[in-house]
Design a protein around this ligand. Structure first.
Ligand code: NDP
Length: 247
């Protein structure tokens, strides 16, 4: 097998479920060396064991993306085990839907910490290595809610995803000579994300909206497409949604 994914070292945050898990499994099946990160170490251990049982190369690290030191330790672990880091998939995220007037300030904080600061800490951890190597690839997971405001209810979530797109584009512009930056903007994808809302009416509306969700493997294939391009080709944005999705 020869592709532009084989032997690349790919670090994936939020790899204990949903898009991150599907991406880790798919890239490992294509020959990547994958480093799975999230807080639930038991889940990561199980997924890594399954990848290894199928002949894939994988390790995991328990990481909270809201902690810069832990993100730096994650990148260091990838380099220690596999010798380098080729791709960082900033995927960990939280979607807590509620009307602004419900004042779920704790959830606003958590979404900003995970969805925005988590991505920034990933950039801070990997960028020095990418610059040293003169190569590297950031893949940041935004959302269609980062293109259109998902209101009512998703206003703060949309704010975080608009921020991910802005940061990705600015990063590409600033460091793009040798370093690739891809933003993925999915619509409704089946995962645990839909369970992140404590506001009951909003949670029910989300559940209803997600009836048309597509499998996480669709996003994994989009990520593989961005990685497998030749080094001089930078796929900057991919928007994908269920065919049946209006928003
Ligand atoms: P899941 O809830 O299934 O996965 C979220 C992942 O993020 C989990 O692995 C979780 O692991 C991890 N995570 C959450 N908080 C932290 C943290 N503080 N530190 C480390 N890891 C954390 O949802 P998805 O797979 O759907 O979400 C992945 C990304 O895709 C998110 O950024 C989401 O916004 C985005 N997205 C999803 C869409 C969808 O419809 N599903 C649509 C558009 C974008 P753990 O709890 O073990 O830490």
């Amino acid at each position: 097998m020869s592709n532009n994914i084989q032997d690349k070292v790919v670090v994936i945050t939020g790899a204990s479920s949903g898009l991150g898990e599907a991406t880790a499994r798919h890239l490992a099946s294509l020959g990547a060396k994958v480093v799975l990160a999230a807080r639930r170490a038991d889940r990561l251990g199980q997924i890594v064991a399954e990848i290894q049982a199928q002949g894939g190369q994988a390790i995991y690290q328990q990481v909270d993306v809201t902690d810069l030191a832990q993100m730096q330790a994650l990148v260091a672990a990838a380099i220690q085990t596999f010798g380098r880091i080729d791709v960082l998939v900033n995927n960990a995220g939280l979607m807590s839907i509620a009307p602004m007037a419900a004042l779920k300030v704790d959830e606003w904080d958590r979404m900003i910490d995970i969805n925005v600061k988590g991505v920034l800490y990933g950039i801070a951890a990997a960028l020095p290595e990418f610059q040293k190597q003169n190569s590297g690839h950031f893949i940041n997971i935004a959302s269609v809610a980062g293109i259109k405001v998902f209101s009512p209810g998703g206003t703060v979530y949309s704010g975080t995803k608009f921020a991910v797109r802005a940061i990705s584009e600015g990063l590409r512009h600033e460091v793009g000579a040798n370093i690739r930056t891809t933003t993925i903007e999915p619509g409704a994808v089946d995962s645990e994300l839909k369970l992140g809302s404590s506001h009951e009416a909003s949670a029910n509306a989300v559940k209803d909206f997600y009836k048309i969700a597509i499998p996480a493997s669709a996003v994994a294939r989009a990520i593989a497409y961005a990685i497998e391009q030749p080094a001089e080709v930078d796929i900057n944005e991919i928007v994908l949604r269920p065919t049946a999705q209006e928003f």
